[in-house]
Design a binder for this molecule. Structure first.
Ligand code: TXA
Ligand code: MG
Length: 344
């Protein structure tokens, strides 16, 4: 299969072909404000099965259903007052709600669960694609399972070339981290995946919300509260560790690493870039963004992890950008490093 990259603004015929593809239960990669999605008709077992196959995704890991209008009662039931409040405040936007599913949503979409994850993305192209296709789109992040999520069309092409017919090229995802996922089941709101929308922001709307208490643990349970918790995620090809310490101590630690690894990378705040560059000309130093800048560090994170692959790094050290590991950036880094955190 030839994969074609379609420019939404220049190639209207190409976009119409993408809509036709969705209507024929084919799969199309499209931009959202968080990360790119690999989408198909969420109501079609056939389309959804293709997504799992293309992504090499475990069948029990449910997909997010993307909608373009507020009438979600077609797809879910028992929508609480609190759920309506969240939708009112944050949609369209990077918040995914888990609610009880109705029969129209096939079990293939929900990994066999009675619940479904649903969100309205805040991206013109995504909304237009859903509207024109006349169906909600099931869309996990557009990467091969286990790899960093794709945040621009070319990174999606890197993983999915030859596996999908169309990739719609919008600009790069302005948030760069996947949506916050919140379970609204049984009137017991729990954040299962931290994201751009934080606990504090959600608390202002529904004060009783809490973070899932095992968010920072390595979860090996067979059937966790959210299947995404047990799978490997976002990993670069080389080994990655997080070091929670000063740049001077990290420099000392590097002396040992040079003995074992050949091509070492370091992800650091912009302020430390020159310091590391001066240590060793072979060290691959990548700036994550400015100190404490959650938005910039988050936006660049998945792209930066892929840059270390481009540079063939076999060992990557990331600085610890935030002390709170349930921060969305640290949550992704924890997974990318398989929970390898060193405190010096
Ligand atoms: O920002 C996003 O959410 C992106 C864009 C494309 O919208 N999508 C995305 O999808 O990140 P995905 O499939 O990579 O992540 C969905 C997460 C997984 O961790 C999955 O286990 C969880 O949501 N999830 C989905 N449905 C669930 C359900 N019914 N119960 C518990 N967890 C669920
Ligand atoms: Mg994903």
């Amino acid at each position: 299969m030839n994969t074609k990259i379609i420019d939404f603004y220049e190639d209207k015929d190409g976009f119409i072909k993408c809509v036709e593809a969705i209507k024929n239960n084919d799969i199309v990669v499209f931009p959202t404000e968080t990360v790119y999605g690999i989408g198909g008709n969420a109501l079609s077992k056939d389309a959804v099965s293709k997504i799992f196959k293309i992504k090499e995704r475990a069948k029990d890991n449910p997909l997010i259903v993307h909608v373009c209008d507020y009438d979600i009662s077609k797809y879910v039931e028992d929508i609480s007052e609190d759920a309506f409040k969240l939708i009112d405040k944050f949609w369209p936007g990077p918040l995914t709600l888990i609610l009880k599913k109705k029969n129209v949503i096939p079990y293939e979409t929900t990994g066999g669960r009675n619940t479904v994850a649903i969100r309205m993305p805040n991206n013109e192209i995504a909304l237009e694609l859903i509207k024109e296709s006349k169906c909600p789109l099931a869309a996990p992040s557009a990467n091969i399972s286990g790899r960093p999520s794709g945040t621009n069309a070319y990174r999606c092409f890197e993983d999915l070339n030859g596996r999908v017919k169309f990739i719609i090229n919008g600009s790069r995802s302005e948030i760069g981290l996947e949506s916050t996922v919140i379970s609204m089941i049984d009137d017991n709101p729990i954040i299962l995946r931290p994201g751009y929308i934080t606990l504090e922001e959600i608390k202002k709307v529904i004060p009783k919300v809490r973070l899932y208490e095992r968010l920072n643990e390595k979860i090996l349970d067979k059937n966790p509260i959210s299947p995404g918790l047990k799978y490997k995620h976002y990993a670069p090809k080389g080994k990655m560790i997080i070091i929670n310490s000063s740049k001077e101590k990290i420099a000392n630690y590097l002396e040992k690493v040079y003995l074992t690894y050949e091509n070492i990378g370091i992800l650091c705040i912009d302020e430390n870039l020159k310091f590391y560059e001066k240590l060793n000309k072979n060290l691959k130093v990548v700036s994550a963004g400015k100190k404490d800048d959650f938005i910039e560090i988050g936006r660049n994170l998945f792209e930066n992890i892929r840059v270390f692959d481009d540079l063939n790094c076999d060992f990557i050290i990331s600085e610890c950008f935030f002390q709170d590991f349930s921060n969305a950036v640290m949550n992704r880094l924890l997974k990318a490093s398989s929970h390898n955190v060193i405190i010096l």
